[in-house]
Design a protein around this ligand. Structure first.
Ligand SMILES: O=P(O)(O)OC[C@H]1O[C@](O)(COP(=O)(O)O)[C@@H](O)[C@@H]1O
Ligand SMILES: [Mn+2]
Length: 643
């Protein structure tokens, strides 16, 4: 071992006892059961539903409550208590309004505090005390620890404990203590969270999800295609920017752009008002409850058209300057016969409907009008100067990656591009050929380069981020082409089809999954691939657990827009020391509903795999790091304190 490193270590552990202490501590931790990992994906802006699964730990909180109290509490009381743990602030208000006397309330407090303490003790039983301490509400650490670790076999301290709780209540601190204990429980049931992509688009509150993740105790993200699109916009890609605005308009979410991220849409609106009219296919999708006025709908419809046409125009020069993207098929504006309103695609001529080509010069269909150019310049400037967006995108970059190997599993949003015969699909980039893991690594390098150089807007790296959104070989997209243009303007459904990469049927095969795991240096025998991106249609009998459990697809439709296709409201995956369980969530209506009638979203658990022996920290990624630390400490001990 490097002697300089030992010197540094010796500064921290400046006596043999200190070194020994730390070794004892770490060795002991290695023998604890592994922490619970929680996987979610395709959240698509559905903050409330996401909050709910986070707060109930995908049903884990309820399990713990039942374990502890099933003999003493009725079903209704169990549910009430669970709701108190999920939404302590609101539930406390509701419950407290039912008490008529102070005495009644006081008795209730005593009972609930006792119950909460039992729950925290149980939920933390597989963690160290120091980990529990970190999860406790700061202002109550001392009191909670006293109450949690009360060992009063000689009953000398009975009154002392009772007085403590009494005083908490008398001094008006009971609510805060209960709230703190509820959040501690939530935090303890999930040790680490994985978000397997697609936080953004379609739903109303992606920013609130990111804010929650920023404050979350332990999290990583595997970017989804929609997340990459937002990163791309912030990194300077105008075509990515046009796409995010288009999708926000389509789903009636322009306030995310305008109010949340502070981007002025006025110039775009002016342009839209000037060139566009009503158009049925560009009307916003009605997925939010609030009703828009006719005037507002019309405005969005016009913006939607304006930004879509800008998007189509912006795609063209990129396709032309990047032959390696092999996207010439997508030069659709050039395939249009503007006089006859038809387009010839793959040799077939189709009539175009609901067109909005007012800003198109048929001679140069991809030329932006000066006005369009100016609008995009302004939009790009303000998106790149949005402080809030900067904070959110920096976070996605810091915690995110294209894929992740974690505790033996491969986490990836979309796919590993494959040939039909199962070979890794090759892509030629700047004169070099890449496939499999190398391809994904080079994609990630470009994305990071683009992000680090926001002033370069037309360079290869920035174009590459757009390719990740829509290119055939993109591991995030995984389809032959994105048929946005066709779906707006052509009636014939055959043109809407987006052919999937062979990965999506090959992943049903166990051996193929093993090959992909091996490509990422993971053990095919024990590892699994955790995927998002393609909604699993339970409604049609599709199984999210594929390839004999080697492949788990957890896109179950948090996105309300997709729930009618999937038939459920999202999957989450839990991986604790006993094994893996997939949880299928039923439709989540609202927090208010949970609060008022105590009903929880019914979740159905399915066992993916049961460990024969409980998995320990030693066998995890963190365990590996700790073992390395132990080795270093042993070497310090040997070379500095024993020789
Ligand atoms: O349902 P919408 O809003 O039209 O979006 C459809 C588009 O979204 C995509 O499915 C990509 O989004 P996902 O990553 O959520 O699948 C495209 O392939 C498709 O063109
Ligand atoms: Mn996706």
């Amino acid at each position: 071992m490097d002697s300089k490193y030992l010197d540094l270590l010796a500064q921290k552990y400046d006596s043999e006892e200190k070194v020994a202490n730390e070794i004892i501590n770490l060795e002991a931790i290695l023998n604890l059961p592994k922490g619970t990992e929680h996987f979610v994906s395709d959240l698509h802006g559905e903050y409330q539903a996401f909050q709910h699964v986070l707060r109930n730990g995908s049903g884990n909180v309820k399990v713990k409550i039942k374990d502890l109290f099933k003999d003493e509490l009725q079903e209704k009381e169990l549910n009430e208590f669970a709701t108190l743990v999920y939404y302590p602030e609101e539930k406390l208000q509701l419950i407290k309004s039912n008490f008529s006397s102070k005495q009644e309330l006081r008795e209730w407090y005593i009972e609930i505090i006792e119950r909460m303490l039992k729950l925290v003790a149980y939920a933390s039983s597989k963690y160290t005390r120091s980990k529990l301490r970190r999860a406790l509400p700061k202002q109550f650490i001392y009191i909670i620890e006293e109450l949690l670790y009360k060992t009063d076999e000689f009953t000398n301290k009975k009154e002392y404990y009772a007085k403590m709780v009494d005083q908490v209540i008398a001094l008006g601190q009971a609510d805060k203590l209960i709230i703190g204990l509820a959040y501690t429980t939530q935090r303890l049931v999930v040790d680490h969270l994985h978000v397997v992509g697609d936080i953004y688009d379609r739903g109303p509150d992606p920013h609130k999800i990111v804010d929650t993740l920023i404050d979350y105790h332990s999290v990583d993200i595997q970017w989804g295609n929609h997340d990459a699109l937002w990163i791309g916009a912030f990194a300077g890609s105008k075509v990515c920017l046009a796409n995010i605005i288009r999708i926000c308009a389509r789903y009636n979410n322009l306030d995310i752009i305008e109010d949340v991220y502070g981007i002025n849409l006025r110039p775009l609106l002016n342009l839209a008002e000037k060139y566009y009219d009503d158009n049925p296919v560009f009307r916003p999708k009605r997925i939010s409850d609030e009703t828009l006025t006719e005037q507002e709908q019309l405005q969005i419809t016009k913006i939607h058209q304006a930004i879509s046409m800008i998007q189509f125009k912006l795609e063209s020069p990129i396709i032309k300057r990047r032959p390696c993207f092999e996207m010439e098929d997508r030069l659709l504006l050039e395939k249009v016969d503007y006089k006859n309103k038809t387009a010839t695609i793959h040799g077939i001529t189709y009539a175009l409907e609901n067109t909005c080509f007012a800003t198109i010069d048929p001679e140069q269909p991809d030329r932006l009008l000066d006005e369009e150019q100016q609008v995009m310049d302004k939009l790009l400037f303000s998106i790149q100067h949005s402080e809030k967006l900067a904070r959110h995108m920096n976070f996605l970059m810091k915690k995110g990656s294209l894929y992740l190997q974690y505790n033996g599993n491969l986490l990836i949003h979309g796919c590993i591009p494959l040939e039909e015969n199962g070979d890794m699909k090759k892509m030629e980039i700047e004169g070099k050929s890449y496939a499999g893991r190398d391809l994904l690594d080079v994609f990630e390098q470009y994305l990071r380069h683009a992000f680090a150089n926001p002033d370069e807007t037309d360079d290869f790296a920035t174009d590459m981020v757009w390719y990740l959104w829509t290119g055939e070989n993109s591991s995030l997209f995984g389809k032959r082409e994105m048929t946005t243009f066709e779906r707006y303007f052509i009636k014939e459904k055959e043109t809407h089809k987006e052919r999937k990469n062979p990965y999506y049927y090959l992943r049903e095969d166990e051996e193929m999954c093993g090959r992909m795991l091996a490509e990422f240096d993971l053990d095919p025998e024990h590892g699994r691939i955790i995927n998002g991106h393609t909604p699993v249609k339970e409604i049609d009998g599709e199984d999210p657990i594929k390839a004999n459990g080697k492949m788990i697809v957890i896109d179950g439709g948090f996105s309300k827009a997709y729930q009618s296709t999937t038939g459920i409201a999202g999957y989450t995956l839990l991986y604790n020391s006993y094994g893996m369980q997939l949880v299928a969530h039923q439709k989540f209506n609202s927090k208010e509903e949970v609060l008022s009638n105590g009903t929880d979203v019914l979740s159905v658990k399915r066992l993916v795999d049961e460990e024969l022996e409980r998995k320990k920290v030693r066998e995890t990624n963190i365990g590996e790091k700790l073992s390395q630390e132990i080795a270093n400490l042993n070497s310090l001990r040997k070379h500095r304190y024993m020789e």
